[in-house]
Unconditional design. Structure first.
Length: 230
């Protein structure tokens, strides 16, 4: 049974944010289908061209994510939101999508919607999931090859500690070609209404399932809805 809970203090500090949760089951994640490669490549090339004449500060989603980091106690210039890091990479070079299809699609959603997303192998998650602001004692090995502190950053935790954030995801719960069950966390900012967030979650889930098969369940955590059980 899936149990997720958000700390009430998170919303007191971060503002009227919302946390989208998509639970995928029975998926087939592996190499990116050739048809999807072409679509993602075209998107990143167009974005790269746009970024040559448009500043990152002009993207509302990036600006909103930076504000949330500041509110929760993190320095967004030192610990950039993952969406900003992706845009910076695209500005330098429109890298071709490679590797695992779930990760590639997760990055595409982040670029498209201008928000951080995390995706995790659900079978690697131990027990209940709790989302809160990290402290200086909270850290993990990240996909960026470093030990990352979550001090002042929103973090996803299980019984073994933190495993994800809108900054960088962990090695411990990373998805791979054998992943059959995944948990996706979507970090909406306070400019998103509940209706907008739900529609975006439905669109994300629909495209993800078209590529990977399986089934999904969609949830939305907010200040009014701190807990969910499945």
């Amino acid at each position: 049974m899936l149990h997720l809970k958000a700390d009430e203090q998170l919303f007191t500090k971060a503002g009227d944010i919302k946390l989208g949760i998509i639970h995928y089951e029975g998926i087939e994640a592996g190499n990116i289908p050739s048809m999807l490669v072409g679509r993602l490549q075209l998107y990143t090339e167009n974005l790269h061209t746009e970024l040559q004449t448009k500043a990152l500060t002009e993207y509302p989603g990036i600006a909103a994510s930076r504000k949330i980091f500041k509110r929760t106690g993190a320095d967004p210039s030192k610990h950039r939101p993952s969406v900003e890091a992706l845009y910076r990479r695209m500005k330098k070079e429109p890298s071709a999508p490679t590797g695992n299809s779930a990760i590639a699609l997760n990055n595409f959603f982040s670029l498209q919607y201008e928000i951080p997303l995390g995706i995790y192998d659900a079978e690697a998650i131990k027990g209940d999931v709790f989302i809160k602001i990290g402290r200086d004692t909270d850290s993990y090995e990240g996909l960026n090859g470093r030990i990352n502190s979550l001090n002042g950053i929103i973090g996803t935790f299980d019984e073994d500690g933190p495993f994800g954030s809108p900054y960088v995801d962990s090695v411990r719960t990373s998805v791979h070609d054998g992943t059959k069950e995944a948990l996706q966390v979507v970090y909406f900012h306070d400019d998103h209404s509940t209706d907008q967030a739900r529609k975006m979650l439905e669109a994300i889930s629909k495209m993800f399932l078209q590529v990977h098969g399986g089934d999904s369940s969609i949830y939305l955590l907010s200040h009014e809805n701190l807990k969910l059980d499945k």
